[in-house]
Design a protein around this ligand. Structure first.
Ligand code: NAP
Length: 270
């Protein structure tokens, strides 16, 4: 296949690195001259112009959430109606509002780090992660299978969900926890002894406070309604913890949480 990637940051760069040398022709678009030089090792066709994507069979849009619709609109003038286009934005309902002249399938790899840009990208990023697809009801099954066949090359596991359900789910497991991490760090930051004593527990609990700021702001702007629902759920849950059955309650939480991940940190729930 001729596969295009637009935006070579953490996600786009990692996708380029993992797909390179796997038997497909790669066409990549970057606005950064330094990245363009570096990407030539991995792709046959590298440009700052989206027109190089005109003959592609599949294009991944890997730009910030707030830039995604603009690029999807631009692609309407460039790719053919047979081209499969997917984005990787962490929020999905907003990209599924419009039918496109090409075959659009929303997607979201459940993998990331707090770093951004091409130099932070690495080919193992998606290994073992879930990769959500949000097709339209009438999306051609063959197009979904073609997209999954490429996702399989990253060692991620593709799964299909409704965009609306996806957005609430990621608010619960990613966007609200990021807000909690930011609030937690902020609550402690003026206590210098506490910061000096902080070890792995505080480190693990506050890692998401380092989420790249553009991504964090976009998540709040594009998924705020679901983040508010998730925060209400959290407050309810904290109140429930004050219950007189605290010991029983937390021992059940602890044993359920212990079954979620394998020893190498991968989510093993089916
Ligand atoms: P990133 O490292 O900042 O990369 C975004 C890339 O988009 C930039 O490197 C740049 O690539 C391009 N770009 C085009 N227009 C831009 C603009 N106006 N401002 C900034 N960059 C622009 O971010 P990322 O983490 O890869 O995120 C990209 C997408 O992946 C987002 O939609 C995000 O929701 C999604 N995502 C992120 C994570 C995560 O944990 N980071 C996880 C899953 C999904 P060039 O310099 O090559 O033009």
């Amino acid at each position: 296949m001729k596969i295009g990637i637009i935006g070579l940051g953490l996600i786009g760069g990692s996708l380029l690195k993992v797909l390179s040398g796997k038997g497909h022709e790669l066409f990549v678009v970057s606005s950064n001259p330094d990245t363009i030089k570096k990407a030539k090792i991995y792709a046959g066709f590298v440009s700052n112009q989206m027109t190089i994507l005109s003959g592609c069979d599949l294009v991944f849009v890997c730009v910030p959430i707030s830039k995604t619709l603009e690029i999807l609109d631009e692609l309407e003038k460039i790719v053919s109606e047979n081209c499969i286009v997917s984005d990787v934005a962490s929020v999905k309902e907003f990209v599924m509002q419009k039918k496109r002249p090409y075959s659009f399938i929303g997607s979201h790899p459940m993998a990331g780090t707090e770093n951004r840009g091409f130099d932070a990208s690495f080919k193992e990023l998606f290994a073992g992660a879930k990769w959500v697809l949000t097709p339209f009801e009438n999306t051609n099954k063959n197009d979904i299978e073609q997209l999954i066949s490429v996702i399989n090359l990253t060692d991620a596991e593709a799964l299909i969900a409704q965009a609306k359900e996806h957005d609430l789910a990621v608010a619960m497991i990613s966007h609200m926890p990021m807000l909690v991490a930011q609030g937690l760090y902020n609550a402690v930051k003026d206590n210098s002894l506490a910061l000096k004593l902080a070890s792995s527990g505080f480190r693990d609990m506050t890692r998401l406070a380092m989420t790249n700021t553009q991504l964090a702001v976009d998540m709040m702007n594009y998924n705020g309604k679901n983040i508010a629902i998730a925060c209400d759920k959290l407050f309810e849950s904290l109140n429930a913890l004050q219950d007189k059955n605290y010991k029983e309650f937390i021992s059940s939480i602890s044993s359920q949480r212990a079954k979620m991940y394998s020893n190498d940190g991968k989510n093993i729930l089916k």
